[in-house]
Design a protein around this ligand. Structure first.
Ligand SMILES: NC(=O)c1ccc[n+]([C@@H]2O[C@H](COP(=O)([O-])OP(=O)(O)OC[C@H]3O[C@@H](n4cnc5c(N)ncnc54)[C@H](O)[C@@H]3O)[C@@H](O)[C@H]2O)c1
Ligand SMILES: [Zn+2]
Length: 351
């Protein structure tokens, strides 16, 4: 069971909370260099003297087996043993990697997720999926290993670059589309305020994070190993993962998810599942958040179609799509919650 703590200033009490939960553990902090520059001063002084800090290079391109090996080796070199508690402080790249290090270190040690991007606060840090990318695709190597504790401090969003803040809004919109029409309405209405210069510090942000976490946790609780309904969390992601990979990760996860939701809604419309009004609502939401709704001209559609076929959720060579029937309701597909689409339909939806 994962405990979730959400509150302004909770970063300052992080170490104390971890030690309450795991009184005798040796602490190993996994982070990236930019996050540690921004937030290390708040955490570093509270760490015990024998704690290890292992920072990785910044960006999706470093969510790799090489970074996993580097961090693991740093822990081994410092003499970390089975009593180690891994603390991942950073965006989704860091939490995915830290969780995977924890899943494999000494055959598995506990870990604590401290998401510092909006995207990781509402999505990546919850649900227990951990892992790394390989040249063959995203998240192809990993483990289900839920953190024991998630600590979310909305104040840490203060230092987040504007584009990364926007990335998280894509997953927030996704949560509305897949599970809660009312949440979708309220968040799209809030977008102008959220996109203002002080958007991350807006009064409504902690409640918004809390609602998104609730939606994600509910979906995951019903289907922890993704045998069925959890697949709705992949809305937009079959196309998004292909875009990220074909762009060599130049397009961020959040931007790719926004484009992916628009493309997949159009796929849903072509298959007679998604009404035109829903396609319009998704496209409008993404546009209001400042996202593109089509694939950048620099990427070849053929490459994207090809990349979807090697997605790990593909079934016998055919990509699968979780598709909305209404805002707030996903297509059940007889309990599979995802359907295949002919390449020609995907190609048409990309334009
Ligand atoms: N496990 C899951 O269920 C799940 C769900 C959604 C996404 N993900 C993964 O999450 C990753 C994307 O996460 P992300 O968008 O957070 O990327 P990220 O971890 O690369 O963070 C984005 C950038 O923001 C910087 N940063 C983070 N926090 C900061 C702060 N408070 N102040 C200043 N700079 C800060 C980072 O250094 C980085 O440059 C992808 O790899 C995706 O696959 C996983
Ligand atoms: Zn995502």
């Amino acid at each position: 069971v994962t405990t979730t703590v959400l509150g302004r200033g909770s970063l300052g009490e992080l170490v104390e909370r971890v030690q309450q939960l795991h009184p005798s553990g040796r602490l190993a902090v996994v982070t990236d260099h930019a996050v540690w520059r921004a937030l290390g001063a708040q955490v570093g002084p509270t760490l015990p003297a024998n704690a290890v800090v292992a920072p990785i290079a910044v960006g999706e391109a470093h969510k790799t087996r090489e970074s996993w090996a580097m961090v693991t080796d740093a822990l081994l070199a410092a003499g970390c043993d089975r009593s180690t508690i891994v603390i991942g402080i950073g965006g989704g790249v860091v939490t995915d990697l830290a969780g995977f290090v924890a899943a494999t270190f000494m055959r598995g040690v506990p870990w604590v997720a401290v998401p510092t991007t909006l995207l990781a606060m509402v999505d990546a840090a919850h649900g227990g999926k951990t892992g790394v990318d390989t040249p063959a695709g995203k998240n192809l190597v990993g483990a289900f290993h839920p953190p024991t504790l998630v600590v979310v401090d909305p104040d840490s969003l203060r230092t987040l670059p504007a584009e990364r803040w926007r990335d998280g809004l894509a997953e927030v919109l996704k949560h509305g589309v897949i599970a809660d029409a009312d949440y979708f309405e309220r968040t799209t209405a809030m977008l102008p305020a959220l996109l203002a210069a002080d958007g991350p510090l807006h009064d409504g942000v902690p409640a918004l994070i809390a609602e998104s976490i609730r939606i994600k946790q509910q979906v995951v609780a019903d289907d922890p190993r993704e045998d069925g309904r959890r697949r709705i969390l992949n809305f937009g992601h079959t196309i998004a993962h292909a875009i990220e990979r074909v762009s060599d990760y130049a397009i961020s996860h959040g931007q790719a998810v926004a484009i992916g939701m628009c493309v997949e809604s159009r796929i849903g419309a072509a298959l007679g599942i998604t009404p035109a009004s829903v396609v319009q609502a998704v496209e409008e939401g993404c546009a209001r958040a400042g996202f593109a709704r089509t694939v950048p001209a620099t990427l070849r559609h053929e490459d994207i179609v090809a990349a979807t076929l090697s997605d790990k959720k593909a079934v016998s060579g055919s990509a699968r799509y979780a598709l909305p029937e209404a805002v707030g309701t996903m297509h059940r597909a007889d309990g599979a919650w995802a359907v295949g689409a002919p390449d020609a339909v995907v190609r048409a939806a990309l334009s």
